[in-house]
Design a protein around this ligand. Structure first.
Ligand code: DGY
Length: 328
């Protein structure tokens, strides 16, 4: 029987599928597996199931390839933690879970946008701490979402799902990404523009791009300065796209009204991060895809990918299909 190592246990129906078809080992310690431990584990298996919090480095892949690792199946749509180019060179297929988490992640982006606009977390905190005394004309006033302008950075599946939600709020929707997408524009009525123009016009800016060399640090001091005074920034993509020190400056200077981040760099955000001191900052623990239904679907896709990989079949959801061209 082929062997598969999992860095975290996944949902029961997926575990059952794995256990029926392979010999399974799951990392069960409280602390996440280290690179050195992973190097050791991948040398003993044909398949690896990884999470976005596991750096699947060149060294890990080399250790696996030197033995019999054929597939890395990640339980996430993003795979910026995996050295994919190296995996391809080594003949290792890499799988992910596209599509199934689109609406769930868009829901969270929308929840964060609404919560930041209407200061929901600040209000909740004041009530729980007994600070709130009485209704007042200027108590915890936020900003309107209805009729405002939304700027979407990265107009793939999730970006477009957010645009669909914005339509219900009669928002003007702007988007930016490397290529203009006329079909998506027709579907969503969104308007394409440069990043700079979008930042200057949007009341809300939300990130939905993949993390790459191009998008890493794309929202820095200069971009934040170009955002409209009082604008709100939402990030459910990857933390490293935003310069957090510059964001702190923009928020504490009062240039931005608020930020809502489901992702930070690093994760978890250090407890001494100055961002945690700002009441207008909402931070959630990377829960974009965290609905039970979606995590179940992701688990099953992850299992299907790894089982195909260890059987030397094409992965149903593969991020490096070019790997097959070079395999004998
Ligand atoms: C992903 O799948 O990449 C998401 O960030 C997980 O929630």
């Amino acid at each position: 029987m082929k062997k598969i190592f999992l860095t975290r246990r996944i949902y029961p129906e997926a575990m059952e599928l794995l256990e029926k078809n392979a010999k399974i080992e799951v990392w069960s310690a409280d602390m996440p597996i280290t690179e050195a431990q992973l190097i050791e584990k991948v040398a003993q298996v044909e398949g690896l199931i990884s999470m976005l919090s596991n750096p699947i480095t060149e060294k890990v892949l080399q250790s696996g390839a030197a033995h019999s690792l054929r597939v890395v199946s990640q339980m996430a749509v993003g795979y910026d933690n995996i050295a994919v180019e190296q995996a391809t060179k080594l003949g290792i297929a890499v799988g992910n879970t596209p599509g199934v988490l689109t609406e769930t992640t868009a829901d969270l982006a929308w929840a964060l946008l609404m919560a930041a606009a209407r200061r929901v977390v600040e209000g909740h905190t004041e009530v729980h701490r007994g600070i709130w005394r009485s209704w007042g004309p200027d108590v915890l006033c936020g900003t309107d979402v209805y009729g405002a302008t939304l700027g979407i950075i990265g107009f793939g599946r999730i970006g477009q799902a957010v645009a669909a939600r914005a339509a219900g709020f009669h928002m003007k929707v702007l988007y930016t990404q490397r290529h203009r997408d006329l079909a998506a524009e027709e579907r969503t009525q969104a308007q394409y523009m440069t990043l700079d123009e979008l930042l200057r016009q949007a009341d809300f800016v939300t990130l939905h791009a993949y993390l790459s060399a191009e998008t890493r640090g794309m929202i820095g001091k200069e971009q934040l300065a170009h955002m409209k005074p009082g604008a709100i920034l939402i990030n459910t993509a990857r933390g490293a796209m935003i310069d957090q020190a510059a964001l702190y400056e923009a928020l504490s200077a009062g240039h931005l009204a608020a930020a809502a981040l489901d992702v930070t760099d690093p994760e978890p955000i250090p407890q001494n991060s100055p961002l945690l001191e700002l009441p207008q900052v909402i931070i959630t623990p990377h829960i974009g895809s965290a609905s039970t239904q979606t995590r179940r679907r992701m688990s099953v896709m992850t299992a299907e990918n790894v089982l195909a990989g260890v059987a030397r079949e094409k992965l149903p959801y593969c991020v490096n299909p070019e790997v097959y061209a070079q395999r004998k």
